[in-house]
Design a protein. Structure first.
Length: 295
């Protein structure tokens, strides 16, 4: 082992103090939610060569790449990208010397609003069915839309809180419910995380794990009836409900959102949310289980 020099010995206490003062996570970057969605998509579709999101972030002046599997983060959108967003018509192109097929189409949020463009590229051989690639692209885009509240949601840090786990029992149940109930557009479960009395997001269709409940969320804990509202420019009906365990003890809250248009039967949508909540409550042994790690 090398001996410390005189200068190193003299500086050691100061260096140690600086290290102890610095949070252990200070140099660990947190990615944004859009990049998490890109990573999930790339992992699920092994045949996909490129996936890029072109979006104008809130309060920003121009459209840029906010997430991709090929880098180029911050690269301004070009004329083709902006045309897709403005017209809604996809860009379809054989490129890279005929070896790749690119589909760029509008990126949407859960309410169907256009929020950017999504570029997807696959390996290609002459004679392959181009329409099949276009159908794949639309399916990927539509799956992503189910996980995006709005543009601001894409820019959220992921995880929202550095120490929050994204692999909870609550998240597992959220995924199962969305898979089984295609009409559910938004779903979030809030309950206290382990070792804390604060109500936070433990599972959702839009990330934000660990985000503390706001005043409206907290009111639901003691409300005698669910709260309802119209969101996303009139395109989503939302219901906030108390969440109880199988023994009837209040353990948190549940938020459910459905597609909506003026004149839809709100009472029917509320009843549907209540049935969904009642079915889930049968599975909850206690509030603590919602935050259990589920690998």
């Amino acid at each position: 082992m090398a001996l410390l020099t005189h200068d190193a010995i003299r500086l050691a206490p100061a260096l140690l103090a600086a290290a102890l003062a610095m949070p252990s996570w200070a140099e660990i970057p947190v990615k944004i939610y859009a990049q998490e969605l890109v990573d999930r998509t790339a992992a699920k579709h092994a045949d996909l060569l490129v996936i890029v999101m072109h979006v104008t972030p809130p309060k920003a002046e121009g459209n840029v790449v906010i997430a991709s599997n090929i880098g180029r983060i911050g690269k301004p959108g070009d004329e083709d990208d902006l045309r897709v967003i403005a017209t809604g018509k996809p860009n379809l192109e054989v490129g890279h010397g005929g070896a790749r097929y690119e589909v760029e189409l509008v990126l949407r949020d859960v309410a169907g609003e256009t929020i950017g463009a999504l570029g997807l590229v696959w390996p290609y051989k002459a004679g392959q069915d181009k329409a099949a690639f276009e159908r794949k692209a639309e399916a990927i885009r539509d799956a992503l839309a189910k996980r995006i509240l709005n543009t601001a949601n894409l820019m959220d840090p992921y995880p929202f809180e550095r120490l929050a786990t994204t692999r909870t029992t609550a998240q597992k149940w959220v995924d199962e419910i969305q898979q089984a109930h295609a009409e559910v557009r938004v779903l979030a479960l809030r309950a206290p995380a382990a070792g804390s009395p604060e109500l936070v997001v433990l599972g959702s269709t839009f990330g934000r794990h660990g985000k503390k409940a706001d005043a409206d969320d907290l009111k639901i804990l003691t409300a005698t009836r669910p709260a309802t509202g119209i969101y996303s420019n009139g395109k989503r009906f939302g219901v906030d409900l108390q969440l109880r365990d199988a023994a009837g003890r209040t353990v948190g809250t549940m938020n459910v959102g459905y597609a909506y248009k003026a004149g839809d039967d709100e009472a029917s949508l509320l009843a549907k949310a209540e049935r969904l909540r009642d079915d889930l409550q049968k599975r909850i042994a206690s509030g603590e289980t919602l935050g259990d790690l589920d690998p």
